[in-house]
Design a protein around this ligand. Structure first.
Ligand code: CAA
Length: 264
């Protein structure tokens, strides 16, 4: 059992097969200092290697999902060379390279700002409470987004809206985020977590092996040409026939019963 200072980690869902990571650094609106990000990374490693876990939810508090990188940690850094040598922010890539389905649940009035928005975009699905706000306000403090804000945001909302957000620093509402395709759905603040847990349980009821393959193939849509992506998908689809779970899923359908996956 690891001890955490800035996050709470547990399992949720009827089968305890959904991992749950809650950011809890209220004094700084869940600003993503290095120790907090190390804790998130460790929790993800544990859920990745736990065969019983089929989906993970990353969430924050009602006030903030996260207000981004820790400005107080960054402010005193004197030199470019220090930031470069430390590969500053590259440890955040752990979230993007996590292999199981990862859902960002953005609570009630939460601010999803800067690096907070960027880690939400590293997740596979974002669900938001109806009063959440999303923004990339880095420009207001003399920097540009450094963890995907200039790359994943335009892919999510299109060039014009992304440019408006990164150049003005102005946030958008949860409803706008849904309209532009940044979030999959918006729920009332009180319904959000139960709804997200329900979705996560639905995902975790599938073969954990095959959901990882499905995630890997879908992510290629953002990395490859259509021809390369379709080729990758076809090979990955063929490879599902090498799994026990493919046969179990099809037989369960034919026998009109629930599949019992071994994740092999
Ligand atoms: N880093 C460190 N501390 C932060 C913080 C951050 N990113 N965001 C908020 N805090 C701290 C505040 O300093 C304040 O601390 P004190 O009580 O000690 O003064 C506390 O959290 C509460 O914040 P506010 O009083 O500002 O709360 P608010 O409700 O009035 O405003 C907010 C909320 C709009 C999110 C505002 O806090 C804000 O604008 N935060 C900064 C957002 C930002 O610019 N982030 C950029 C980070 S850079 C980055 O992330 C780079 C990248 O791309 C990876």
């Amino acid at each position: 059992e690891r001890k955490y200072k800035y996050i709470h980690v547990r399992t949720v869902g009827k089968g305890s097969n959904v991992g749950y990571i809650e950011l809890d650094r209220p004094s700084a609106l869940n600003a993503l200092c290095d120790p907090l990000m190390l804790e998130v990374s460790n929790a993800l490693d544990d859920f990745e290697s736990d065969d019983s876990i089929g989906c993970v939810i990353l969430t924050g508090s009602n006030k903030a999902f996260s207000a981004g990188a820790d400005i107080k940690q960054m402010a005193p850094v004197a030199k470019y060379a220090d930031i470069y040598k430390a590969k500053f922010l590259s440890q955040w890539d752990k979230i993007a390279s996590f292999r199981k389905p990862l859902i960002a649940a953005v609570n009630g009035y939460a601010n999803v700002m800067a690096g907070g928005c960027e880690i939400a975009m590293m997740c596979d699905i974002i669900y938001a409470g109806d009063t959440a706000k999303f923004g990339q306000p880095e420009i207001k403090i003399g920097i540009i987004p450094g963890a995907g804000g200039t790359q994943r945001l335009p892919r999510a909302v299109g060039k014009s809206k992304a440019m408006e957000m990164v150049l003005t620093g102005d946030p958008i509402t949860a409803d706008e985020a849904k309209q532009y395709g940044l979030v999959a759905d918006v729920f009332s603040a009180k319904d959000l977590l139960p709804k997200v847990i329900e979705k996560a349980e639905k995902i975790a009821a599938n073969s954990h092996l095959v959901t990882s393959m499905c995630k890997e193939a879908t992510n290629k849509a953002f990395e490859m040409t259509l021809a390369e992506g379709l080729h990758f998908e076809k090979r990955m689809f063929h490879s599902t026939f090498a799994t026990d779970d493919r046969l179990e899923g099809m037989m369960a359908f034919i026998e009109k019963r629930k599949p019992n996956y071994s994740n092999e």
